[in-house]
Design a protein around this ligand. Structure first.
Ligand code: G6D
Length: 342
């Protein structure tokens, strides 16, 4: 039997942030309208210590941490080299909010705003529909874009994300969710024991500013075609791992498979099967994380691992990286779903 309720999370900048809580027979999923983000996933709805994702307890901590924990990311996830791209014969310069590069839609992106929210309840599924409009004046991408994210939780513990968008002009669009998993249910225990299996064995090489070089590579530390521990690229680093002190790379995904990739731990008590229609997943082992929250949650390197499904970062500047142009008045749709088995 599913249950839904909402509660005030906090008052922030004179606005009320709302928490939306969905319960299944055993689990609890909670979301915030701030950043259309997933806030907590409890494998036991009666145990607050059973959270399997990294969470903060205030909006200020969510923002100050720089971690984008659980947030919707857009217009464009990842980095755009030097914030520059050409579209329809015109050159654009976006905010350079990560060194010389543009990251995650800039500092005024959708992870830092309250989304309008409606709820749809069905017998075996509850959907939170978050909606916002990004204006050209907000982020200096072309066109005003109406962006919807539907987070659905089903009675058999599937969390499905669906993205919809339509723009007034040709623009760029490559959204993702920035959830960090830690399946140990305790962020003090690092994610070296997490095992990953992908349905592909190639990844995208990145340079020292974390921008793709354009080379698609294979290498043992990055071959997750069979289950491999994340520890490999942390404790036994090759040159690609050393660049970022772990993993912070796009991994290609074979389209069309029923199950695209799986994350579990060496104790195998929780498994997450992920299916997606996106062409890659960025696996980031929180190498740059170093934050103590206002209520003393200390998150640091290897506290969590992201699985950011998306098109390959900086695709607009690489002809063979796929298409992230959203044409005027076309409707964008993509979906990613996480089946949690525990
Ligand atoms: C770092 O390089 C990583 C990004 O991939 C991540 O999204 C961000 O931290 C939170 O910049």
């Amino acid at each position: 039997m599913m249950k839904y309720y909402q509660t005030k999370f906090e008052d922030f900048q004179n606005q009320t942030i709302t928490e939306y809580i969905i319960e299944t027979d055993h689990m609890q999923f909670s979301f915030l309208d701030y950043g259309a983000r997933i806030h907590k996933i409890l494998t036991d709805k009666n145990d607050d210590q059973s959270n399997i994702i990294l969470s903060m307890n205030t909006i200020e901590d969510y923002n100050e941490s720089g971690g984008y924990f659980g947030a919707t990311i857009g217009r464009v996830a990842g980095r755009i080299a030097r914030g520059r791209f050409d579209l329809n014969g015109k050159s654009y310069q976006l905010e350079q909010n990560d060194g010389e590069n543009h990251l995650h839609g800039g500092s005024n992106a959708v992870d830092k705003r309250i989304w309008m929210t409606t709820v749809e309840e069905q017998q075996d599924a509850i959907t939170l529909k978050f909606k916002t409009v990004i204006y050209e004046r907000d982020d200096h991408y072309p066109g005003d874009i109406t962006f919807e994210v539907h987070h659905t939780v089903t009675s058999d513990n599937v969390w499905k994300i669906e993205y919809f968008a339509v723009s007034t002009e040709d623009t760029l669009f490559n959204p993702t969710n920035h959830v960090y998993f830690n399946l140990n249910k305790d962020y003090h225990k690092k994610i070296m024991n997490h095992q990953l299996q992908l349905n592909h064995d190639q990844f995208v090489e990145i340079d020292e500013t974390l921008i793709p070089t354009g080379h698609i590579k294979n290498s043992p530390n990055f071959d997750f075609s069979d289950f491999q521990a994340l520890e490999t690229g942390i404790m036994n680093q090759d040159e690609d791992n050393q660049l970022v002190d772990g993993y912070d790379h796009p991994f290609l995904l074979q389209k069309g498979d029923e199950k695209t990739f799986t994350l579990t731990t060496d104790s195998d008590d929780i498994t997450i099967d992920v299916t997606t229609d996106r062409s890659c997943v960025v696996i980031y082992t929180s190498n740059m994380l170093n934050y103590r929250s206002s209520d003393d949650i200390v998150l640091e390197q290897y506290s969590g691992v992201t699985v950011e499904t998306q098109e390959i970062p900086d695709a607009i500047n690489h002809a063979d990286f796929g298409n992230i142009i959203l044409r005027k008045d076309d409707t964008y749709y993509s979906s990613t779903q996480f089946t949690i088995i525990n």
